[in-house]
Ligand binder design. Structure first.
Ligand code: ADP
Length: 221
């Protein structure tokens, strides 16, 4: 267990980031903060933010930086994140978000930024067969691309294909990743906090690589 670890996991859509973050959060007993999950919760609640975010998400676009920074800043001030640390998943996604995060975290800086690396050609197929529990976010893989409806093994929620997992929206998200998110690799690489983890392997092996990367980053000296 690593008390107070503050981590960012970067990576393309479909790299297995969400599932690995859930596992890491259980392993290290730190909260998993997923901006995508937070926005989807707002969509379900039908709040004003949710209505706005749904349009942007369904088209594969990005919600505005100021809104996202506000949501994350508020969440990082909760007691659990202040004392236990956190795993940020889906944030930052643009250089302005990363700069704002540096400002928010000057007193308690991020220890380690992991880029879970899976090439673009490999993630496209994975996303089209992805199914997600709408309640707890557990990911499943469909045997084919039909819209089966399942019940989640973890919480009994409905397992569906995400509205933004259409081929058009996926391609737009991947383009935006190259344009807006991949520059973060340089941003964090410059100050030595970046670790690249090869995400092309079985989920269990990738998980072991991630644990090793976090432990190496948190070892004193
Ligand atoms: P994926 O990694 O498959 O794109 P996420 O669950 O991380 O999925 O995010 C879903 C959608 O939520 C994104 O496509 C985007 O519209 C919005 N979103 C999530 N996080 C951010 C962020 N940090 N900045 C802007 N938009 C975001």
């Amino acid at each position: 267990m690593i008390p107070g670890a503050r981590l960012i996991i970067l990576g393309r859509q479909g790299a297995g980031k969400g599932t690995q973050c859930v596992r890491l959060s259980r392993h290290f007993v730190v909260p998993h903060i997923s901006t995508g999950d937070m926005l989807r919760a707002s969509v379900r609640e039908g709040s004003e933010l949710g209505r706005m975010a749904k349009k942007v998400m369904d088209s594969g676009g990005l919600v505005g930086d100021d809104i996202m920074v506000g949501i994350v800043e508020e969440r990082l001030n909760h007691g659990d994140a202040r004392t236990r640390g956190y795993i940020l998943d889906g944030f930052p996604r643009t250089v302005p978000q990363a700069i704002a995060l540096d400002d928010i975290t000057t007193e308690r800086p991020i220890h380690c930024v992991i880029d879970l690396d899976v090439p673009r050609e490999m993630v496209l197929r994975r996303i089209s067969s992805r199914r997600v529990c709408r309640d707890c976010g557990t990911n499943y893989v469909a045997a084919d691309t039909e819209k089966h409806q399942w019940i989640c093994e973890v919480c009994g929620g409905e397992v569906l294909q995400r509205d933004d997992d259409t081929p058009e929206a996926i391609n737009r998200r991947l383009d935006l990743y190259e344009e807006q998110t991949s520059p973060l690799i340089e941003h964090y690489g410059a100050d030595g906090r970046l670790v690249v983890v090869d995400g092309v392997a079985s989920p269990d092996l990738v998980f072991l690589r991630l644990i090793a990367a976090v432990e190496a980053a948190r070892r004193p000296g």
